[in-house]
Design a protein around this ligand. Sequence first.
Ligand code: GUN
Length: 303
Amino acid sequence: MILDGIRTRDQIKAECLPRAQAVYKHTRRPPGLAVILVGSNPASQVYVRNKTKTAGEIGIYTETLSPDPSISTDDLLRLIRILNLRSEIDGILVQLPLPDHIDAQKILLAVAPEKDVDGFHPYNMGLLTTGRAGMRPCTPAGVIEILKRNDIPIAGRNAVVVGRSTIVGKPMALLLLEENATVTVCHSKTADLPGVCRTADILVAAIGRPAMVTADFIRPGAVVVDVGINSITDPQQAVEIFGADNLATFEKRGSQLVGDVHPGDMARLASAYTPVPGGVGPLTIAMLMRNTIEAAERRTGLC
Ligand code: GUN
């Protein structure tokens, strides 16, 4: 079974639409999202464009702020404090990665927790860790959503998360634990990584390395969630991953998207899996929309 992220995203978007309208009816203004994009990382530019486009379709007001890439940490902090104070802005998203000269930890700490629609503020991370309601990071929340909406049982299953990032791996493990999975978190120092991965009923790959998870990591019948979005430009790597038949298509495009899981191995061995593209990527955006609407509802007294 292919876990279709586009279909799930569309369901979540459809659920968001009347809620955004209710915010408007109640307050005479739409839910508002400010997106801060510093620099010209091409992937970030695509992500931000997709986020603001989707928001527009739901009736969320967006404002993209693109300060000069040389902006200092202090000036960026000032920008965020102004957004924190603006009542028509319900959500603030700082697109990562930030340029190296900016202290990203200080920036994420400055976002008002009630407007932290990415769920990256330590306060929201703390709420998640202690099992309290709060803003959940979008990508791992989207993974739980697609599993539930496809009736994939989580409670009592062995879940293995590969990757321990603050954005995906750690919150993913906590959310799976919240759903009563037995959770193992793996990383670059894990001994016998393929062996640990083969214990998984649900395998979540969030490493950021193209097609690193291969057949020897996947127990036949496992559910595999591929969080990776990697763009490869090396023709030889493309042939290794997708086979020689694909070379003409690859050469026409000059690059190809590949997840952290080998696509052929995943399709052959998994009982259900999220494809790349069209799996987890669209869900991240859908959950951002939901977090923004929830922030608006909370801030305007609708819930
Ligand atoms: N960069 C890569 N993924 C994300 C995300 O989910 N949120 C933000 N703000 N930046 C990202």
